[in-house]
Design a protein around this ligand. Structure first.
Ligand SMILES: NC(=O)c1ccc[n+]([C@@H]2O[C@H](COP(=O)([O-])OP(=O)(O)OC[C@H]3O[C@@H](n4cnc5c(N)ncnc54)[C@H](O)[C@@H]3O)[C@@H](O)[C@H]2O)c1
Ligand SMILES: [Fe+2]
Length: 382
């Protein structure tokens, strides 16, 4: 089968890249903008930076700001209603992965109303129509939702995250304006940056990886490893590099898949509402160590991307080097390393593992995995 790459039509990068928003809206003759964002971004002034651009140009818009982190089916249904009532012809998503994912779900369902239940969009749904056009302006540096063909919605009734994979949802334009990311609280910057690192590392060893995605993932690992701490400390150049790095990782993993760090992390999000980046960071070293048995030769390349000295080292030693480097980075950033710190209950492991095994990301894992393996990993991470 031929390899496939799906990317945005156009993307802009850098400080104040949002200056391209209005010219793009005008050039494409969009007239009614639905801004999708969340209440935190409304109150802390980040959404305003984008809204001001529309106000200055007298572009007609309405705001839907009822997206919560780990967005739910209810959030999407409310957004669909807002979009249809206003008769929007474009969606401008200003936010993290939660906002951009909700925008994608709204855009898909508005143009494919037979999927209104949303659960039927899980996995690879056979939608016939492109989403309503989306312009995505990420405010976190992690998920790369602005360039991926995925969106993740929590089914609050069944307490599970629905991972939806659909090339029809990809935003038309991505505007990676690092100024919008610059006010993130340090723990949000650290956690979302570690989500980007997880995408690069899981994407690099995922089953369907190939030369082009390897290139993206290795570059992203290098950029994140060397810039994340400085970006958390608000170094402007490092923040630009993190904006770029998370996007580059998205160019890769969106087209090849991930692995069980994500399958397991999704369960913490759905069951305990743990922030996605925190959940990924927690499982990453444990799962890397375990997956290292399946593809130790790929860990040599990852160690090199980090700039570690691999001369005279066996591939198996490179696994240890990489795991140690990730653990130390996470410790310096102060993210939780154990499930008990997040009040996760041991009694839930069986059900969490069952759901993780069914997650669409599990199929990409480089090592065959059983429910018992996942339970053992939960226990190790406890
Ligand atoms: N579509 C994809 O390919 C993809 C990939 C990975 C994760 N996800 C999903 O994305 C979601 C997580 O997204 P996220 O990690 O970007 O976090 P998020 O969007 O959930 O935001 C987390 C919190 O940070 C706040 N915030 C965001 N930007 C801010 C800023 N600049 N300043 C101050 N506060 C800010 C938000 O208001 C929110 O309260 C999860 O649901 C996850 O499953 C999607
Ligand atoms: Fe992720």
């Amino acid at each position: 089968m031929a390899n496939r790459i799906v990317l945005n039509e156009t993307s802009y990068f850098g400080w104040n890249a949002r200056e391209n928003l209005v010219p793009e809206i005008k050039r494409r003759k969009f007239e009614r903008v639905l801004i999708v964002t969340d209440e935190t971004l409304m109150s802390c002034g980040v959404a305003k930076k984008v809204i001001d651009c529309l106000d200055e140009s007298q572009i007609d818009y309405q705001i839907f700001d009822k997206v919560k982190p780990n967005p739910t089916i209810k959030n999407c249904h409310d957004g669909i209603e807002a979009c249809q009532n206003y008769k929007a012809d474009v969606i401008v998503a200003v936010g993290g992965g939660s906002v951009i994912d909700t925008a994608k779900c709204i855009g898909i369902v508005v143009e494919n109303p037979e999927f209104y239940d949303i659960n039927s969009l899980e996995g690879t749904a056979n939608t016939q129509n492109r989403s309503l056009p989306i312009i995505a302006l990420p405010t976190t540096a992690g998920t790369a939702a602005e360039v991926t063909i995925n969106y993740v919605i929590t089914d609050e009734k069944n307490i599970v995250k629905r991972v939806c994979v659909d090339p029809n949802d990809i935003p038309l334009l991505a505007i990676i304006d690092t100024e919008l990311m610059s006010g993130m609280p340090p723990m949000t910057a650290a956690a979302t940056g570690l989500d980007a690192l997880t995408h690069a590392m899981e994407g690099y060893i995922t089953a369907a990886h190939w030369e082009m995605t390897d290139m993206f993932h290795l570059k992203s690992m290098e950029l994140t490893y060397h810039n994340l701490e400085k970006a958390v400390a608000k170094d402007k150049e490092a923040m630009d590099k993190m904006g770029l790095s998370q996007y580059i990782a998205g160019m890769g993993f969106s087209n090849v898949g991930l692995g069980i760090v994500h399958s397991m992390a999704h369960q913490l999000g759905a069951t305990y509402d743990v922030a996605h980046g925190i959940a990924c960071a927690l499982f990453l070293p444990y799962v890397l160590e375990w997956n290292g048995k399946a593809c130790p030769e790929r860990f040599r390349k990852m160690a090199e991307a980090f700039g570690l000295n691999v001369k005279d080292r066996e591939d198996e030693e490179c696994v240890d080097l990489v795991v140690k480097a990730v653990r130390e980075l996470e410790t310096r950033l102060g993210v939780p390393q154990h499930l008990k710190e997040l009040n996760v209950q041991k009694e839930d492991f069986d059900l969490l593992a069952e759901k993780a095994l069914q997650d669409p990301c599990t199929g990409g894992n480089p090592r065959n995995v059983t429910k018992e393996d996942i339970i053992a990993l939960f226990e190790k991470a406890y």
